[in-house]
Write a protein that binds this ligand. Structure first.
Ligand SMILES: C[S@@+](CC[C@H](N)C(=O)[O-])C[C@H]1O[C@@H](n2cnc3c(N)ncnc32)[C@H](O)[C@@H]1O
Length: 496
């Protein structure tokens, strides 16, 4: 084995140093139960069978310095291992709740340091905050509220001491429960991306809270839980004497968190860390250069049938709008190149056009509606819209759900549309009983869904189908007008 060079934290007892150095063997670390195979942030991790004189277990995080460049960086004290170790020591000295850092052991050879092992106290039984928040009772229950307040206090404590942990997330905050499963203490780990004194208290707190909210939402923790967590922060700040800190509202934190969550999920899908859903694959079709112009210029224009369908879709939407008696904002998501924006602009004074493709949005902005019209263009994923509940009077999603075969994925979109609308939702799907659906079935292709299946899903999303409107006789693309179930029925609106 290469020689080990030890850098000990000052307050580590000499007898522990000797015992740990004797016991340490990087090849004989015990795997940590419940940890992903790639460990934490891609670093391998293991447990050291701590010598009896050391009163706690020892957790080891190993950083490999593969390239010559990485070794030079490490020598200069700028490698991930060195930065994380230095930051952890500093945070621990500041009295912040970190697992106690013990030492950095560098494996040195002729060509510099190949690996660094960061030794720290092992917090036995600790679980990630994200997991604990999802499993604690509902917001309002003592278990949940205690956990949310503890997490809020941790963030406030960091911010009040001038610390901005840029990578606070549901996995980097650990919860140590006692034997009865009650909350004991929270710890923050992964100190690599920590800044000291860079942001003043309130902005640092907001950044960390948004980062935590985004990661929790991306991992499927519900809006309600995240909102409850964000609502605990002002109380924690007041306890800390920071009552005058000006913080954004919990609702705004939720919106910012949603935006971040969409970005985090898209990044994980891109990196292959999360399975791609149908809409991830679909959105890539419109993300490349030229895809948007191609959609605008060729998608419908290249055949007589295409032109007919395009005109019919617009006619149907135009015909439905007067009957909806819109008095509030409209969401067009995905807006694509803005085919429907001029129609909405004639009926509503406020329109939000959302799409995941920057190119599609750019074309929509350029061409659909004259400058000065009341349209906001937002890059957003229809599965996680960064807007508050009931923001729109109509949420419109044309030519999106026909690409989604999975019921759960379709339901997620329907629920999101239902969430952001206070009255109407209009979307389209492929009817498998159409002529083209029949043809696809004969060819063994995905043919769409039956109206009954769609109706059941609409009901699960908390809405009611007012009517189906196929594009053309027995047309495949079919529009569905839905109303929120909690809105008193007005009767199916007539075409204008
Ligand atoms: C076939 S186009 C339809 C656009 C427009 N609704 C229309 O009918 O012309 C599909 C659009 O969906 C967008 N898209 C795909 N997945 C999305 C998602 N998850 N969230 C928002 N937009 C998405 C694409 O970028 C593309 O602009």
């Amino acid at each position: 084995m290469a020689e080990l060079r030890w850098t000990w934290v000052d307050d580590v007892d000499t007898s522990w140093r000797e015992a740990l150095a004797r016991a340490f063997d990087p090849a004989a670390l015990v795997p940590v139960a419940g940890l992903r195979p790639r460990g934490i942030a891609g670093r391998s991790c293991g447990l050291l069978a701590a010598p009896p004189s050391v009163p706690f277990g020892v957790f080891v995080k190993t950083f490999a310095h593969g390239s010559l460049h990485a070794r030079v960086r490490h020598r200069r004290g700028a490698s991930g291992a060195a930065v994380e170790f230095d930051n952890a020591v500093r945070l621990h000295q500041m009295g912040l709740p970190m697992p106690r850092p013990l030492a950095l052991a560098d494996e040195c050879g002729l060509w510099g340091c190949a690996k660094s092992h960061y030794l720290m106290e092992h917090i036995a039984g600790a679980k990630p905050l994200g997991e604990c928040l999802a499993a604690a009772g509902l917001p309002g229950s003592p278990a949940f509220d205690a956990l949310a307040l503890a997490a809020a206090r941790l963030l406030v404590d960091l911010a009040a001491k001038g610390v901005w942990h840029r990578d606070v997330n549901g996995g980097n905050v650990l919860v140590a429960p006692d034997n009865a499963g009650r909350l004991r203490r929270l710890y923050v780990v992964d100190a690599r991306h920590v800044e000291f004194g860079r942001l003043p208290g309130a902005p640092a707190l907001e950044q960390m809270l948004t980062a935590l909210a985004g990661s929790l939402l991306a991992d499927g923790v519900s809006d309600r839980r995240v909102l409850a967590l964000a609502s605990a922060v002002p109380d924690a700040a007041a306890e800390h004497g920071g009552g005058s800190m000006r913080l954004v509202s919990p609702e705004t934190t939720l919106l910012l968190g949603r935006r971040l969550a969409a970005h985090l999920v898209a990044r994980e899908v891109r990196k292959g860390k999360r399975p791609a859903e149908a809409l991830d694959v679909f959105s890539r079709r419109y993300a490349g250069p030229g895809d948007a112009a191609n959609y605008r210029d060729r998608r419908f224009a290249r055949s007589r049938y295409g032109r007919k369908v395009e005109a019919a879709e617009r006619r149907i939407v135009e015909g439905m709008l007067p009957g909806l008696r819109l008095r509030g904002p409209v969401l067009d998501a995905p807006c694509g190149t803005g085919r429907f924006l001029p129609i909405f602009a004639a009926f509503s004074r406020e329109i939000v056009a959302a799409d995941t493709s920057a190119e599609m949005l750019a074309l929509a902005r350029q061409e659909s509606v004259p400058a000065g019209w009341p349209i906001a263009y937002v890059m957003a994923d229809v599965r996680r819209l960064p807007v508050e509940d009931g923001r729109f009077e109509l949420a419109f999603a044309m030519r999106l759900l026909h690409r989604v075969r999975g019921r759960e994925e379709r339901l997620d979109v329907l629920k999101e549309l239902a969430r952001v609308s206070r009255r109407w939702v209009l979307f389209s799907f492929y009817d498998r009983r159409s002529w083209r659906g029949l043809r696809d079935r004969l060819r063994g292709r995905y043919a769409g869904e039956t109206p009954e299946v769609i109706e059941a899903e609409v009901a699960r999303a908390g809405m009611r189908v007012e009517r189906f409107h196929p594009v053309g006789w027995r047309g495949r693309q079919t529009l569905v007008l839905c109303s929120k179930s909690d809105v008193p029925p007005q009767g199916p609106p007539r075409e204008g």
